[in-house]
Design a protein around this ligand. Sequence first.
Ligand SMILES: [Mn+2]
Length: 288
Amino acid sequence: MSSDYGDHFLGSEIPQGGSAALFQILPVPYERTVSYGGGTALGPAAIIEASSQLEVWDGRSRPADLGIHTHPAVDCSGGEAEAVARIAAATAAIVNSGGMPVAIGGEHTVTGGVVQGLLDAGLRDFGVVQIDAHADLRDAYQGNPLSHASVMKRVVDLGIPLFQLGIRAYCEEEAAIRRQYGVHSLDADQLVPNNISAFELPADFPQQVFFTLDIDGMDPSIFPSTGTPVPGGLGWYQTLGLFESVASQRTVIGFDLMEFAPIEGFHAYQFAAAQLLYKMMGIVQRLR
Ligand SMILES: [Mn+2]
């Protein structure tokens, strides 16, 4: 057991991986534009602390063998644009040193900074696959273009192809933006009742994919620990299956887990989030 148990992912089991580690965990306790329940600023620390309860063997392989390094939390103080720029800089530094960014939020606005960081590091020709309850395609929400409800509009505005999974809450403006930008989607009412956990990406979808997992895309019976829960979400195995389906067809260049807000006294949820992230690392490991 290391002396800084709880300070880094799987801290009870493995030392910090350093810059040679594949998985570079970036905690981003950014919380500004919460529209309903709060608490996402506490998400990264709760998940990292809970990760100490994980087994190094994930049931199929040992993702930790590729190295896991946990960065200090990104400073999210100051103006919104300033904080998003710090997220982008931290992400670009990870990519430039050969690591794979694994960001833990924080509200979904964080993903906009991470995607900007991928671009800043010179990555081109990648798509984004998003699991979410909400489309997040409003041009602005409550007057704010950096709202978590607008983050995927910022992504498509950059010309990045987007595939949405599990959406079940969106407005007419977002439906129009989907059509206008050619956003691909398999919504919750298609995936969940039919228990679909694999799908085919369009042939012209980029070969490299950044995968963003808004925890509210999953069902609130599994993760009530989020600000804007919506019933009818994805199941545990279904979510992992969809991620594996993407990773088996394309190269995953990074992923994130956003909008996790711990509920005091219910540690099951942060353990589940830590396990989900570790199982995603396992899928990346086994498919590379
Ligand atoms: Mn979202």
